[in-house]
Design a protein. Structure first.
Length: 332
């Protein structure tokens, strides 16, 4: 059942993607603000209380609803799986930025591409050389693909294998959202968040993302240049301050033969509560003295299509594996 739920969610999301600024996003923002305002008293242990309320309460509610549907009808449970996955998983939640940047560069309009990157990741790309602009686009697209597709996919499959339906997908999405929302760099957007809460939310997400990041990197290696990908993973993952991001990006760099890594672009601050993390800013500060990069060719416009191909081949790989597992389960 999990195979069909993922497949249908990906197809529907391609045909009718969720629009920007949906009521669901607004509800998540209000929920994160409410939990932080009402449960965070500034002490260390309160941070974990807030995180548990904000992340685990919605996850538990989804599990209870799924259990009730499954008790009455398998089709109702499948429909609920599909609805939850549609909200949590999909390329079209970020790919329009990537497409706009690629199309602008195709037309030779670098200013439009730089503005699109600023709106997407809130980076000052006005002074970046063309190769650095392309590198940033590639790195952020790979990370977005992992967090919006592969990370959700792996946790959904795990939850389904345990009979919990879409609980895993909701856990991953809520943990990622809270880490990003509470770690924002613009406190004027909402009530200021306690530093300890932001730190613990980021640590919790790093732990939850530990295995999915490595599975995504392994998928990139299998569908790309395996030897170079594994070598780059082992030798150059430390170029990025966050280990999960470093492993994923280093593996993708080796798989495609593109040189990634280098000096980050300045952060211009988030335009919305969904982007802009103080942890990303801190990572940039730690990383800005280093301009080292992975071996490979300097990023070129054609590499944007290569990255898209790498990601879709990985999707096909994991869907085939899930189909085989589902078939073996049915036959067994």
């Amino acid at each position: 059942m999990s195979f069909f739920a993922v497949l249908l969610a990906l197809v529907i999301e391609q045909l009718r993607p969720l629009p920007q600024g949906t009521p669901l996003h607004e509800a998540l923002v209000n929920w994160a603000r409410w939990t932080a305002r009402n449960f965070d008293a500034g002490r260390e242990h309160h941070a974990w209380v807030v995180w548990c309320v904000a992340v685990l309460v919605p996850t538990t509610l989804v599990g209870l609803v799924y259990g009730a549907f499954f008790h009455f009808s398998l089709m109702l449970a499948l429909a609920f799986d599909l609805c939850v996955l549609y909200a949590c998983l999909g390329f079209r939640q970020f790919s329009h930025f990537y497409t706009d940047i690629r199309d602008a560069l195709d037309r030779g309009r670098e200013d439009e591409a730089r503005e699109a990157l600023r709106q997407w990741r809130h980076l000052d790309a006005s002074e970046l050389p063309r190769e650095e602009l392309l590198r940033h686009v590639i790195e952020h697209a790979l990370l977005a693909a992992h967090r919006h597709v592969f990370g959700v996919f792996f946790w959904f499959v795990l939850g389904s294998a345990l009979g919990l339906g879409p609980v895993g997908a909701v856990l991953y999405r809520m943990a990622e959202f809270c880490a990003r929302h509470w770690g924002r760099t613009n406190p004027a957007l909402a009530a200021p968040t306690h530093e300890g809460l932001a730190l613990r939310a980021q640590r919790a997400f790093d732990l939850i993302d530990h295995v999915p990041a490595r599975l995504t990197a392994a998928g990139f290696a299998v569908v790309g240049n395996f030897e170079e990908s594994v070598g780059c993973w082992r030798q150059h993952a430390s170029l990025w301050p966050h280990s999960n991001d470093g492993i994923l990006l280093a593996a993708a760099a080796g798989a495609t033969g593109i040189a990634l890594g280098g000096q980050p672009a300045p952060d211009v601050g988030p335009a919305s509560a969904f982007e802009g993390s103080r942890f990303e800013a801190a990572a940039n500060a730690l990383h800005e003295e280093s301009t080292a990069s992975t071996p490979g060719a300097a990023p070129q416009l054609g590499h944007l299509r290569s990255v898209v191909g790498l990601v879709w081949r990985s999707v096909v790989l994991w869907m085939l594996l899930l189909a085989l597992l589902s078939l073996a389960n049915l036959l067994g």
